[in-house]
Write a protein that binds this ligand. Structure first.
Ligand code: SF4
Length: 433
């Protein structure tokens, strides 16, 4: 009887890819098969996120639930960023947990399942050259990590303390992974890293020292690859060469995530983001001049310590000037092990909530305006998902979610769709013959 593995993945796309790696290693080396029912699992794992306090709280309530419903003899393991920063505290707080595996120790999964109470959370461990076994949760999109860790020191961010220093993964490993996925019919490659456009600054060992722009060129030359997406680029590294390649390379999807965090240059300095409001707007201007239809999304933190009304007004000024297609916005959440955790000029929580409401209301009003511009448009959509409501869903080149009436036969194909009905987050249409 094969052993059953249940895995819950919280957080970002890099966690999704790390979970796929662990599923593959456990299947090949230990014979585990995936199950969606935790009650029948021999091994239950939670791949955790630490970017804000909420997911950490969620972890311990989830662990309690799994401990109650697990079958006799089943093991429980905690992985990911919360594992990295809490380590053995997790076992102290939840003694039924069998092992803790940090976000930079994914390749050790087949070992730790055999070591009761193992805590492997070394953030200097280097698995940048590890060739993981192959598993993908989607047959149509391939997430590929291009680096591990992060070299930035943004004062609000815990990631460098949970994922360690930034090391680029060798280009030949990345290109081999893209070619393998394309051979299996995957048309879209989604490159992942904390700062993808910082790629190539440091490798372990002797490797082809190329930058991100050159990596994009090489992946777009892989046979069968039709679309390339990536996240997250850092505004600081958006040089002209990168933007020009983005604009002229037909395989690079015309959607760009540009995490602004704050529109105030004073707050950006306190965040150690390394760029100013003017630089950010300059890069947006260049991007839009070269790719008028580009969709730009962003991350914004309001109520960062010391954020005055004037600072917040700078953020709203950028919101009005850029009119982002998507905004991920949050009230500042102090994180352990970060510099800002010790900042004393905290913003009153109510003021923070007011600012977040103002910002999100404006972001929604932009979406309401933008959706009207989609009506009657023809978009090239790559269908990736069959929904239970009889629709197939996919994304346009510039990352707009589109649904059409369809079936399995539409999956994995790129089709021209005329938009006939619009809404804030999803557009509906008909496939043109
Ligand atoms: S760039 Fe900054 S926000 Fe992004 S992961 Fe690195 S430290 Fe965190």
């Amino acid at each position: 009887m094969s052993k059953k593995l249940f895995i819950e993945t919280l957080g970002c796309a890099m966690n999704v890819r790390d979970s796929e790696h662990m599923i593959a290693e456990l299947n090949v080396h230990e014979g585990y098969e995936l199950t969606t029912d935790a009650r029948e699992a021999d091994l239950i794992m939670i791949n955790t996120c630490s970017v804000r306090e909420k997911p950490v709280h969620k972890l311990f309530s989830e662990l309690g639930v799994f401990n109650r419903l697990k079958k006799e003899g089943a093991k429980i393991g905690v992985c990911g960023c919360t594992a990295s920063h809490l380590g053995k505290e997790i076992i102290k707080k939840a003694p039924f947990v069998n092992f803790v595996l940090g976000a930079r120790n994914v390749s050790k999964i087949a070992d730790v399942v055999h070591k009761d109470k193992a805590v492997e959370i070394d953030i200097d461990y280097d698995e940048s050259q590890f060739a993981f076994k192959d598993f993908r949760s989607s047959g149509h999109k391939a997430y590929i990590n291009i680096s591990i860790g992060c070299d930035k020191q943004c004062t609000f961010c815990i990631v460098p303390k949970t994922r360690g220093e930034e090391i680029s993964i060798p280009a030949d490993l990345i290109i081999a992974e893209a070619a393998k996925a394309a051979l299996k019919g995957v048309k879209e490659i989604f490159l992942l890293g904390q700062n993808v456009n910082n790629y190539g600054r440091r490798f372990s060992g002797e490797h082809d020292k190329i930058n991100f722009t050159e990596l994009l060129r090489r992946i777009s030359a892989v046979e069968g690859v039709e679309r390339i997406r990536f996240t997250s680029p850092h505004p600081l590294h958006m040089d002209d060469e990168f933007i020009e390649e983005f604009a002229k390379n037909p395989k690079i999807c015309k959607s760009m995530h540009m995490p602004l965090q704050s529109g105030s240059s004073e707050i950006l300095k306190a965040m150690k983001r390394g760029y100013t409001k003017e630089w950010f707007l300059n890069r947006v201007e260049k991007l839009r001049a070269m790719v008028p239809d580009v969709s730009i999304s962003t991350d914004i933190i309001v109520a960062f310590p010391g954020e005055s009304d004037e600072d917040f007004e700078h953020t709203m000024d950028v919101m009005r000037r850029v009119r982002f297609e998507q905004v991920f916005s949050f009230k500042y959440s102090p994180r352990p092990l970060t510099e800002a955790e010790h900042f004393t000029n905290a913003i009153d929580s109510e003021i923070g909530s007011d600012r977040l409401n103002i910002l999100q209301a404006y972001a929604d009003s932009v979406l309401d305006d933008l959706k009207l511009t989609h009506l009657g448009k023809v978009m090239e959509v790559y269908f990736e998902e069959l929904r239970s409501d009889g629709y197939v869903a996919g994304r346009s080149d510039n990352n707009i979610m589109v649904k059409v009436k369809g079936s399995e036969e539409h999956l994995g194909k790129i089709a021209k769709v005329k938009i006939t009905e619009v809404s804030r987050m999803v557009q509906y249409g008909e496939i043109l013959a």
